[in-house]
Design a protein around this ligand. Sequence first.
Ligand code: ADP
Ligand code: MG
Length: 460
Amino acid sequence: MNFNELNLKNELNLAVAKLGYLKPTPIQKISIPEILQNKDILGKSHTGTGKTAAFLLPILNNLDTNLFKNQTLIVCPTRDLALQISQEVKKYAMYLKNVKVALLIGGSNMRRQITDLKYSNIVIGTPGRIVDHLNRRSLKLGFLKTIVLDETDEMVKMGFKEKIDEIFAYAPENIQTLLFSATISKTILKITADYQTNPIAINLNNELKTEEHKNLKQFYFDTKHLNKEKALIALYKELNPKLSIIFSNTKAYTTKLQELLKQNGIEAVTITGDKRQREREQAIKLFKTGQVNVLIATDLMARGIHVDGIDYVFNFDIPKEKEYYIHRIGRTARAGATGTAITLVNNRNNYFDLKDIEKFQNQPINKLEINSELLDFKKNDDYKNDFDRPRNFDRSKNNFNRSKNNSNHSRNSFDRSKNDFDRPRNFDRSKNNFSRSKNNYNHSKNNFDSSKNYRSKRYN
Ligand code: ADP
Ligand code: MG
C-alpha cells in the first residue's frame, strides 16, 4: 500500500515523500483511515513502528487551519518527548500553512507559552504543565476535537492518572480520543472505559515482534574480572559505535560515566530529570545532530525518543523493571535499521535478572564473546595502566563475534556462564570480584530507592 491510497491531503503526501517514506507502516495503514473518520483508537504497538505519524498525519489532515483555536491536544510523559513530537509536526506540516503549535512543558518560559496559546491550533505537552495552563485559563479547550495520549502506560506509571482525569474534565464531551500504549493495564482500560467511545483496538505487538528482533541483536557481556567501567571502555574501543546510548540506573552515575569516557577520549552528553530544560534540549540536539556521539541517560530517555542511526545501546546497569529493558533497547534498530544492545553483567544477581528479562521478552540474549587483549586480564598485568593511557587499540571489528546463534546455542552459552558463576575456577579472583560486585549492587539499590522518592517531582 502507498501513502497516496490513504486519502490524505496532497500537502501531507508531499511531505511524506520528501521525508523519504516509501510505504505506511502497519500501524499507520490501519489507524490513519480510522482517525480520519474521527474514530477513537486504542493502539498497542511496539516502539519504533511509526506511531507518531500514525496520529499526526490524520490530525493535520483534519485540522482547520483557518481557525486559531486549540483543536488537538497531545499529552505525553516527558518534556523531551513533547519537544520531539512538536518537531515531527513541523516536518509533516512543512507544506501546510497556519499550523501553530504551543509546547507546554515544565522548565520553560510560562509567558512565552501563554502567548503561543493565543494563536495555536495544536497543543503538545506534559500532564503537569497542561493542567497548570488549564487552571490558569490560559489553555482553553472549547474547540477541542481530538486528544492524543501517547505512551499512556508510562504516564500512568509516573503517577499522572489524576492529571489525565483533570484534563478530560476540562475537555468537551464526545471528543475523539487516541490512546497509545506499549502495555494495556487495568488503569489503561479504565481510561478507555471513561473517555473512549467504541475505540478501534489495534494490537500489533505480535505481528511486529519477530520483524523487529531480526534487526536488533541482543547480547550480555560478562565483565568477569573487570569492573564494569573498564569493560565499558574496552567495548567502546573494540566496537567503535557510531552513535550510542548508555543507560545507567542512577542520575549520579551518568556524570561519573561521562567523566570516565572523557578520560578515554570519548565525548558524551548526559540527560537526566534534574537537568534544566535548556541543558536537556542542548544535549539532545548535540546528540541528534551527531556533534556528540554518545548519550548517557537514565530511564527518562528510555521511552519514545527517536534518534536516527543509533547503532548501539549499552545497559551499564540492568534496569530495575523488566519492561524498561525493552524500551531501552528499542532506541536502536528503529524503522528498519539494524542495531546492537549490550548489557553488562558482573555478578550473579545481574545474571539472574537477565534470565528473567529473557523469559519476559521471550527472546534469547546471547553471550558476547570478544577476543581482545584489552579484556584479557591474564595476558596483561598492566591492564590498569593501559586504561589510564590508552594506546594502540585494536579497532578492528573482526573480533566482535556477531553470533548468529539460534536459541539453542544461546541456552548453551547461558548454561556455561552459569557454571562460571557457580564454580569459579580462580578462587581468589572471583571472591574479590563477588564481594565487590555485591557492594555495587547494594549501592545502586539504595540510589535507586532514593531517586524513586522524588521521581514524580523530577518529571514534572
Ligand atoms: P514510535 O512512536 O512507534 O516509537 P516513531 O513515531 O518515533 O515511532 O517513528 C520512528 C521513526 O520512523 C521516525 O524517525 C519516523 O520519522 C520514521 N517513520 C515513521 N513512519 C515511517 C514510514 N512510513 N516510513 C519510513 N520511516 C517512517
Ligand atoms: Mg512514539
